[in-house]
Design a protein around this ligand. Structure first.
Ligand SMILES: *Cc1c(COP(=O)(O)O)cnc(C)c1O
Length: 439
């Protein structure tokens, strides 16, 4: 399916957006241009994705990437750190201030290595660790079997209740006291409801475990005051920087001073080599942006949009895990619509609506062909869509899922055109408006 595009002849020639790249490697430049267009004129509903600002893009694409800086500010193994040390200190100071934590490490390459560093800091191979089961909404790195975290450690897993779709804290407590894990992870990738960090903290203390709050998905909501903070309940906070926090792809570990040394040692030299300084710079910019009043508005708008979208989907007969959402994310169970999640996701993609298929709790289907579709509002909110637009979004999803069941490609193409038209009225951060993009 090709996007409805303005014919090249209809627009005056625009200067190449990436002139050096275009000259050096036109093939790659064309692929980047195509991705820019795709991100500009589709409705991106994957809840772990976002649009970074032009400022974050620029900071992430700087010559800071040329520099090796193994170690930490003031304690490096390479010379020439006059500027790099200041960049990293700025990022750390901003993280500490934004999240109200004593210590921050901004070097983890991404969320999964950040979590690996936590295990390295607080557990030995073979130790018992505990997290939410992947099919229930947890993350691979919370001790799931196919991950190193589930094969090097003995992972025990909690889930949600079948009747409510919510975490059962009696079950979590019972399991923690029986298994005595070294580390307990809370948080996940498909959790539409508020995480009760205080309840997890109480259980972890009772069981003598280190509580890790993995806020990868909701860091931006927490920073913006739209979700409760895990401070002071968690011993360690792990987060990616590229989801609701709207920074470059990276991660951070935050903790109280008492754990600072263990965390830092685990990241470097325990797990990683030189930090990605250009990414650190992008993180610093994103943290600065997230400290502005406008980011509070953004975080609350993300949640308001998700609530409005959930309501509009319920009104159209969709079944939602836990019955709705408190945050940025909605998990649809398509069983009653008689369309497998993957079929629906692929059809919606042809309609210009980008989602991912996902297991639902107690899914009778396989993870690679599950019953659910996961959607979220961080990206569309970054483009300025509001709750008023959510009935239209729900309508497209409804029509798209129905078209998927019928195998109606014309209906998907019609939705594609409508989506493209709305998106052209809401330019995305970091991207030029549509006429400026290569067709
Ligand atoms: C996204 C995510 C991660 C992993 O992040 P990557 O950067 O993809 O490695 C870890 N934990 C949770 C809860 C996540 O949502």
């Amino acid at each position: 399916m090709t996007a409805p595009v303005t014919p090249a002849t209809a627009t005056p020639a625009t200067p190449a957006r990436h002139p050096a790249l275009t000259a050096a490697d036109p093939e790659l430049a064309a692929l980047v241009g195509a991705e820019e267009r795709l991100q500009a004129d589709t409705l991106r509903l994957i809840p772990s994705e976002n649009y970074v600002s032009q400022a974050v893009l620029e900071a992430s694409g700087t010559v800071l990437q040329n520099k090796y800086s193994e170690g930490y500010p003031g304690r490096r193994y390479y010379e020439g750190q006059q500027n790099i040390d200041r960049v990293e200190r700025l990022a750390v100071a901003r993280a500490r201030s934004l999240f109200g934590v004593e210590h921050a490490n901004v070097q983890p390459y991404s969320g999964s290595p950040a979590n690996l560093a936590v295990y390295l800091a607080f557990a030995e191979p073979g130790d018992t660790v505990m997290g939410m089961a992947l099919p229930m909404g947890g993350h691979l790195t919370h001790g799931w079997g196919v991950s190193a975290t589930g094969s090097w450690f003995r992972g025990v897993q909690y889930g949600v209740r079948r009747d409510t779709g919510l975490v059962d804290f009696d079950e979590v407590r019972e399991l923690a006291l029986k298994e005595r894990p070294k580390v307990i992870f809370c948080g996940g990738t498909a959790l539409p409801r508020t995480i009760d960090f205080a309840a997890f903290g109480e259980i972890a203390r009772e069981a003598g475990a280190v509580l890790v709050a993995d806020i990868a998905h909701i860091a931006g909501l927490i920073a913006g005051g739209a979700h409760p903070s895990p401070v002071p309940h968690a011993d360690v906070i792990s987060t990616t920087t590229h989801k609701t926090l709207r920074g470059p792809r990276g991660a951070m570990l935050m903790c109280r001073e008492e754990h600072a040394k263990a965390v830092d040692k685990a990241v470097f030299p325990g797990l990683q080599g030189g930090p990605h300084n250009h990414t650190t710079a992008g993180i610093a910019v994103a943290l600065h942006e997230a400290a502005q009043p406008s980011f509070r508005d953004y975080a609350h708008a993300v949640v308001a949009n998700a609530g409005a979208l959930a309501e509009a989907l319920l009104a159209r007969g969709f079944e939602l895990v836990s019955g709705g959402t408190d945050n940025h994310l909605v998990l649809m169970d398509l069983t009653s619509k008689e369309v497998p999640g993957k079929v629906a996701a692929q059809a919606l993609d042809r309609a210009g609506i980008v989602v991912n298929y996902n297991t639902v709790p107690f899914d009778p289907r396989k993870p690679f062909d599950p019953s659910g579709v996961r959607i979220g509002t961080p990206s569309l909110t970054s483009r300025g869509l509001t709750a008023e637009h959510m009935p239209a979004v729900a309508d497209w999803i409804d029509r798209g899922v129905a078209a998927a069941r019928r195998g109606d490609e014309d209906a998907l193409a019609a939705i594609r055109a409508e989506v493209g038209e709305l998106m052209s009225a809401f330019p995305a951060p970091g991207l030029p408006t549509l006429p400026g993009l290569p067709a």
